[in-house]
Design a protein around this ligand. Structure first.
Ligand code: AP5
Ligand code: MG
Length: 192
């Protein structure tokens, strides 16, 4: 199986590139952000709990997102693999993911990290906020907090995957096509 952690700060292009990668490699897209937004739109108890945190740019508790991912992986019949987008975001999440995949007889193939400077992230997210309706894109302070939370709680995962020899940095500024090409090169290198 090809199991990719597509990593990067808010606005790095994880969702944009996931759509293309899953088509090319026949993977299942697991975006915890998308799953949480679907719960919010459906007005479930989980959605309500998540909404308050997402609107402040804070993370949803580990046990909530780990449970969601565990369900999705266990119920998937796809044999090619998964793209994890926006997950894991903390060390406990990364450890839990390793356990779930090991139990399935597989593991993470690589962590592709989209590197984008902060000013570019803010420009992209404010730009999307004008059209997306995403509450966490509307306000510059929320966007800045999302980046701060990423730097404090999520960035340490680079070292987690570096220690396993799975971290690959990808230049995340440029055209969507050129970044897609760099991602494919990295994936083909890993799976060759
Ligand atoms: P999540 O939905 O994961 O959002 P995020 O990480 O903040 O990232 P985005 O989806 O905003 O950005 P992206 O990297 O996907 O970029 P995109 O392709 O959209 O999480 C939202 C919230 O849910 C979190 O804050 C947290 O509260 C909660 N949550 C989610 N997962 C969690 C977890 N595991 N644990 C705990 N809490 C969790 O692109 C962004 C914009 O840039 C778009 O407009 C796009 O068109 C544009 N763009 C893309 N590529 C380029 C390019 N090359 N050049 C110019 N513009 C570009
Ligand atoms: Mg996204």
């Amino acid at each position: 199986m090809l199991n990719i952690v597509l990593f990067g700060p808010p606005g790095a292009g994880k969702g944009t590139q996931s759509t293309r990668l899953l088509e090319k490699y026949g993977l299942v897209h697991l975006s915890t952000g998308d799953i949480l937004r679907a719960e919010m739109n459906a007005g479930t108890a989980l959605g309500l709990q998540a909404k308050a945190l997402i609107e402040k740019g804070e993370l949803v508790p580990d046990e909530v997102v780990i449970g969601m991912i565990d369900n999705k992986i266990s119920s998937s019949a796809n044999k090619n693999g998964f793209i994890f987008d926006g997950f894991p975001r903390t060390t406990p999440q990364a450890k839990a993911l390793d356990v779930v995949l090991t139990n399935k007889g597989t593991g993470i193939s690589c962590m592709l990290s989209l590197e984008v400077p902060e000013e570019e992230l803010i420009t992209r997210l404010l730009g999307r906020g004008a059209v997306s309706g995403r509450a966490d894109d509307q306000d510059q302070n929320t966007i800045i907090n999302r980046i701060k939370v990423y730097n404090e709680q999520t960035l340490p995962l680079k070292d987690y995957y570096k220690a396993q020899g799975k971290y690959v940095a990808i230049e995340g500024v440029g055209t969507v096509d050129s970044i897609f090409e760099s991602l494919c090169e990295a994936i083909d290198g890993v799976s060759a």
